[in-house]
Design a protein around this ligand. Sequence first.
Ligand code: GLN
Length: 473
Amino acid sequence: ACVDRVAAVDDRVGAFLRFDAEKALAQAAACDAARAEGKPLGPLAGVPVAVKDLFCQEGEITTCASKILENFRSPYDSTVVDRLKQAGAVLLGRTNMDEFAMGGSTENSAYQTSRNPWDLERSPGGSSGGAAACVAALEAPLSVGTDTGGSIRQPAGLCGVVGMKPTYGRVSRYGLVAFASSLDQAGPLARTVEDTALLYDALAGHDPRDSTSNPSPAEPCAPTVNEPLKGLKVGVVPEHFAEGLDDEVRAAVEAAIETYRGLGAETVEVDLPHAKYGVATYYVIAPCEASSNLSRYDGVHYGHRTDEAAMLAQLEAERKAALASGDAEAADAIDTALVRLYRQSRSEGFGPEVKRRIMLGAYALSAGYYDAYYLKALKVRRLIRQDYDRAFEKVDLIAGPVTAAPAFKLGELSEDPLSMYLVDLYTVSANLAGLPAISLPCGKSKAGLPIGMQLMAPPLAEEKLLRGARMYE
Ligand code: GLN
């Protein structure tokens, strides 16, 4: 059914960068055969799962929607892909995204535009836009995305599906192409909270191959997800409902909070005094880490290399010869030529937003600015985390909007990076604080566009978060 559906709609939705029907059907057939033979089956046996194009999958192209990785074929499986295989899932295809997960509309993909299935003139959000769109368009029941500053929750909200960012370190980053390592977290997208829990359970757990992986065992969430929480205290942050929030979003989220009251929950006002610095803090830290992570795309080890390569290989041979003959001056001159290879390959391979982030990050990390920007941002990050620690002494979950408005038109924000950054207002602080957070549908605008609600929980409280979300759903 998924293969047919992709064939029927994906030329309009553009969710998949690569989709191989034959491979998908072969995996499904292998699962059927195992079932017929009575072999033990994994918890996701035969269930199609789409994967964002930044998880390494052995033998498959992994581009991160960047020209610089156009021809990169992963030599190994990421832990996420490995766990999906262990669970018996059918790996359906690779979904579109903003280049290196930098963006909030999927318009930064070097390859194609993804569209919001609810209105094809609008963006599905980003950076996991393909992952959210394919679930909303019924092309896949489940997908896996990543969330560095909102990239699972924001597209889930704009496409009317469920998306969860687990606690930092809960899902392994091994084999996931890094954007900002202290913020990146992989997680599930699905049409229901229960499906989200099933996929989360398959992904979560300690992985010795990721040094930031959380060592505590991940308790399964699916078995209890349908049990409502008793004595639930829902935190509401007045700043989340300040000016700038679209009226229809405000009404839908307020109604959702009212629903919790109807279910017996108590609502409590909580204060997050540093939340207003979230976007500014994020857009210092994330580019700093990105500029460092992306230095590996040098046009030498792997990835795109400029056509000048042949000439430069020759120069490299000459440099070695010059060094061997003790002519350091000549060798130096040739080093300069190697810098050209690096610069030219990167100039051709990276798109404008990625270049912007590299420049911002390199600037903020440079001598003389490091203390003023990067170190300051780290301090504010700590204050944001402390705000949440204090808030969660009083409440179980915090509820609010995911985005200030429903899906925006394609092209509406893409010319103005700052307005695109501001879309992340409600999502970035969960990443800065390392907290789990989920986005789930809570209504529709008059124009028929989905509206999302965000719930946040204390670190490692995924079980509570999912139960709380299911209770509303
Ligand atoms: N929109 C944010 C950014 O551009 C978040 C991206 C993400 O979570 N990967 O950085």
